[in-house]
Design a protein around this ligand. Structure first.
Ligand code: C5P
Ligand code: C5P
Ligand code: ZN
Length: 477
């Protein structure tokens, strides 16, 4: 049984699939993050299976400059995945032949982004049908729905649900409820049925497939475990005290190699540890979460675990190497995987350095927001990830959204991250980011919980003041 919304998206996808199958060749444009990469891989695999000829490229963001270039290139048909919904006016005004499979809040003239728009019907987006693209479905989920329609009855492409879930996890769509819900859950169920996925409650910490247990603790940033995170000795002692007789060999065991009893012992010791440290019960509960395993992947590899997989992909795309990530998604377990792993270790170092930068330099507190400016210290493509991770640091206030700023080629890159509590109180970062960046001559958008943009460097001070006021108004409404 699929939901009404799933059916509506599928109907729209069927229309788009028809258009794609008629084209001699299709140009695929996707986003550089894990969701964008899995979206592109899902489309590519469905094109190859259906014999649709295609080319592909990845962009950091889709602005008028990129759109103008695409127009110039005169493609027969473009399919945008994990982006595009903010560019519908441009597509209509320039009569571009395009299909959009996106989950960002659509932007444009009401008649162009209406659910039944005659001007542009090739738009697949959950927001058009009353679903929230922030947590109910990601770009890869929307691409999966399109892929199912491309596959048709004979080849329904449900084996691609694994990649769709990796994209949703990459976008942290499981955060709000501690598990995937809504359309994501339907996709998960289809994947379980197809035998490619399984969901189960497990330790939420990162690295269960590939890291020795003491390293899982040592590197844990979500939640940040004061006294353990960053301290190898302390982590080893902690495991000894938990009765996991630590020896070099056992210490080097992976989480997946532990017995059920050992796992339980560690989890209860961790919970006790958090209680003793006065963690809120919410934070303690965050230690356990529904986790997603890709059954066709080898145990002990990143690809087996949706969360590790998505980090591996981010480590490619965020460094201009999305092509490597796509090849991994499409099955390359040799050269592409080895390159991706090299990039992953660099990515790790950059995340640690970024968090240390914030720990050392602190964040500046205003009335309604807090922010940091990292200049060139943090790469603009990962400043959003770091802003998100920073909320677990002691010197960051969880009651205000956090804004990260980094230098980029065409201005200052802004990334904002909030919490469910703030959303309940009226905050919408997507609206704030799109309005306030526009007010200072920039552009931006995203989701209520996470949004980004770019502004002219000389407008940074003004932007921060305006954003503080704007968020203040949202919270006071
Ligand atoms: O580009 P896009 O939609 O793919 O990215 C969504 C972003 O929202 C991700 O960077 C993700 O980390 C962030 N997010 C978040 N907290 C949530 C949900 C999403 O920070 N609860
Ligand atoms: O770049 P960052 O990770 O902060 O992006 C957060 C969310 O805002 C993502 O969903 C991203 O796609 C979106 N975004 C956008 N327009 C921009 C920058 C980011 O829609 N100019
Ligand atoms: Zn996305």
């Amino acid at each position: 049984m699929v939901s009404d919304t799933f059916n509506k998206l599928s109907e729209r996808a069927a229309l788009c699939a028809g258009k794609l199958k008629q084209a001699k060749t299709v140009h695929l444009v996707s986003h550089i993050d894990a969701d964008g990469i899995t979206s592109a891989a899902i489309m590519s695999l469905s094109f190859e299976r259906a014999g649709i000829d295609y080319t592909a490229e990845f962009v950091k963001k889709l602005d008028e400059r990129v759109m103008a270039r695409l127009l110039e290139e005169n493609h027969e048909l473009i399919v945008f995945t994990d982006l595009g919904s903010a560019m519908v006016d441009f597509i209509v005004d320039n009569s571009m032949a395009a299909v959009i499979a996106d989950h960002h809040q659509p932007g444009g003239r009401p008649e162009n982004i209406a659910p039944d728009s005659a001007a542009f019907p090739y738009h697949i987006n959950p927001h058009l049908f009353g679903a929230n693209g922030g947590f109910e479905i990601s770009g890869s989920g929307v691409s999966y729905i399109l892929a199912r329609e491309i596959g048709g009855k004979d080849m329904n492409n449900t084996d691609l649900a694994g990649l769709a879930i990796v994209g949703a996890i990459g976008d942290m769509q499981n955060r709000k409820y501690g598990k995937l819900v809504g359309l994501n859950r339907e996709i998960l169920e289809q994947g379980v049925e197809a035998g490619v996925l399984i969901n189960a409650l497990d330790l939420s910490l990162f690295g269960k497939q590939t890291r020795p247990i003491y390293r899982i603790l040592q590197y844990s940033s979500e939640p940040y475990l004061p006294g353990l995170t960053g301290d190898e000795e302390a982590c080893i002692r902690f495991l000894q005290n938990a009765g996991i007789g630590y020896s070099q060999r056992e210490g080097a065991k992976l989480w997946i190699e532990l017995s059920a009893d050992e796992r339980r012992a560690i989890i209860s010791a961790l919970m006790k540890f958090c209680d003793e440290r006065g963690f809120s019960s919410r934070r303690t509960q965050e230690l356990i979460r529904e986790c997603y395993t890709l059954l066709n992947e080898k145990e002990g590899t990143e690809m087996r675990d949706a969360s590790e997989y998505s980090t591996l992909l981010n480590a490619t795309g965020r460094y201009d190497k999305a092509g490597i990530g796509v090849r991994v998604c499409m099955g390359d377990r040799k050269e592409a995987l080895s390159d991706a792993r090299t990039l992953l270790s660099e990515h790790r170092k950059n995340l640690v350095n970024g968090l240390n930068f914030i720990r050392e330099n602190g964040v500046i507190q205003l009335e309604n927001i807090q922010y940091f400016y990292s200049g060139e210290e943090i790469k603009e493509t990962i400043v959003g990830i770091i802003a998100g991770m920073a909320t677990s640091l002691e010197n960051v206030d969880r009651k205000k959204p956090i804004i990260g700023m980094a230098d980029s080629e065409d201005g200052i890159k802004i990334s904002s991250r909030g919490t469910q509590d703030l959303i309940r109180r009226g905050m919408n970062l997507s609206k704030a980011m799109s309005e306030v960046t526009k007010a200072v001559g920039g552009a931006g958008g995203g989701h209520d919980i996470a949004a980004g943009g770019t502004i002219p460097p000389e407008q940074a001070d003004e932007f921060i003041v305006l954003l503080d006021e704007y968020i203040g108004r949202q919270l006071n409404q």
